[in-house]
Write a new protein. Structure first.
Length: 280
């Protein structure tokens, strides 16, 4: 019933004033800033370029009472975007506010673009402009996940290390000891290098296969969009696993023991006791 009602609403003709006002606003804005208009003139995509040449889109869903009612705005931003609207406003006002918002996020996108271009980002595989996290490869089955504040991109981000304890514990120690060296005046990537005292693997020198290994249980690298994020702590083993695979494996072992949602059991490869949490 809801679907049928929505379909009926789409075919309701809007008053002539709506179309004449909209076409006038599009002409004032300039058709060179329009990326898409649907046949019913209810959905419009406007394009803009920030000062670094990055292309961005804003999707507008217009209501029948436009311009009395503001359109719904959809953007690929890491922060909320709300327009300031008065009945006398038009599309050119939305485009101006869109441009101002792009410039306010310039430093954030600069920092993320440098990381995407100069390091191996394991996740997300194809980051959107709204993505604030990156899982960056450090070495063989060792990585760090950072959560960047889009309003303060050059400040120390949240850091979560993934890998065997004997590898990630020294990294955690360096982070804690060198935290005072963080300098907001230099780039996020350079700060990470200085504080962790490492050089991240470069796309120009290494291939992804040089520091990634398939899960030791399902023998795949990607499983439902995730990569292996659990590693055996034994330095002689170091086999990686998907968290979901390891949890399911340990559940089936008679020798495993469970405490709340954490299971303790033997590594499938070297029999070293390790743990896996359902939502670890």
């Amino acid at each position: 019933e809801i679907a049928l009602k929505n379909t009926e609403e789409l075919h309701i003709q809007r008053p002539p004033e709506y179309y004449s006002c909209l076409v006038r606003d599009l002409e004032i804005l300039g058709w060179n800033k329009v990326a898409y208009v649907d046949t019913s003139l209810t959905t419009i995509k406007l394009k803009a370029e920030d000062s670094c040449g990055r292309q961005h889109l804003i999707t507008l869903k217009l209501h029948a009472k436009y311009p009395t009612e503001p359109p719904d705005c959809l953007v690929d931003f890491p922060v909320q975007f709300a327009i300031s609207w008065m009945p006398q406003n038009s599309l050119i006002d939305i485009h101006s506010q869109f441009l101002a918002a792009l410039e306010s996020l310039k430093e954030f996108w600069d920092a993320m673009d440098e990381i995407d271009g100069k390091t191996w980002v394991l996740e997300p595989e194809n980051p959107t402009r709204s993505a604030t996290t990156r899982r960056i490869a450090i070495g063989n089955n060792v990585s760090v996940t950072i959560e960047v504040d889009p309003r303060h991109p050059n400040m120390l981000p949240e850091c979560y290390f993934l890998g065997a304890d004997h590898v990630v514990n020294p990294l955690r120690t360096k982070l804690n000891n060198n935290m005072h060296l963080w300098d907001p005046k230099i780039s996020l990537l350079q700060n990470l290098k200085d504080v962790l005292e490492i050089d991240f693997p470069s796309r120009a020198v290494l291939e992804e296969s040089d520091f990634t290994k398939d899960c030791g249980i399902c023998y795949a690298y990607r499983l439902d969009g995730t990569t292996p994020d659990q590693v055996c702590d034994d330095p002689r083993c170091g086999q990686p696993f998907h968290q979901a695979c390891l949890y399911e494996w340990l559940q089936g072992l008679p020798s495993s023991r469970q405490s709340f949602n954490v299971i303790f059991g033997e590594c499938p490869y070297c029999n070293k006791v390790r743990k896996s949490g359902e939502n670890e």
